[in-house]
Design a protein around this ligand. Sequence first.
Ligand SMILES: [Zn+2]
Length: 290
Amino acid sequence: MGDYIVKAMVMDGKLLAYASTTRNTVEEARRIHGLSPVACAALGRCLTAVGMMGIMLKSDKGSITVQINGNGPLGNIVACSNSKANVKGYLNNPNVYLPIRPDGKLDVGSAVGRDGTLTVIRDLGLKEPYIGKVQLVTGEIADDFTAYYARSEQTPSSVGLGVLVDTDGSCKAAGGFIIQLMPDFPANMIGVLEEKLGKLSTITKYLESGKTPEYLLNLLLGDMGLEILYRVPTMFNCDCSIEKVERAIYSLGRREIEKLAEENEPLEVICDFCGKKYTVETDKINEMLK
Ligand SMILES: [Zn+2]
């Protein structure tokens, strides 16, 4: 089955919920970037989160970019999604290996680092993008998104993200959820919800055994009158093209293009997101100067 995101609500929208299964998406990222297990978990969690954030965008032309820099060995992590949950991402150092934590989990927090920020750039195709930034809490990524929603968007949320890496290094299961409380959500229900979230064991344990995102949401919200609204596919899909590469060079400005023209050699450009190689011929560079 392909990856997808499900959107649901309870109490006529007083609570909104998103849940996803993203194994193929994360596996594609691993294949493209040659990610170590802990790098796969870190980037995979970001790609899972950003896909759900993508379908929250209120504009078809919108896009969302998440940047995490925790000053850990993985370096910068970048993940993007459009409003159709086509996601892409990369991180600086894909070959980071750290000892497994005492509880048997990958040490994502130490690999990401905790001394830095999570930045969310929401571009709705208007003049200025909306930018929100928070200090990282644990570097485990889900906690950091929860902090982002609380502090930057003033929306009390619970974010859960999981990536299970198999013994051969491939992604065995991945997915997540984002639950958001609207201001009119009854305060006396918050405790009940928190208790259920506390009891929920690792997300990937369910997904690995063939359970669906709908099953997860039902587990959490079934007795509050869960209403499934729709499902959308999500996938790793880079939208780079030679035209975009040329436009990026053009935007460097006349002086930079003159320097390139003087070198008089075809310019090799590699897409950070998908590793695709582009060659810009000297003719094209000279043409830009006209
Ligand atoms: Zn690309």
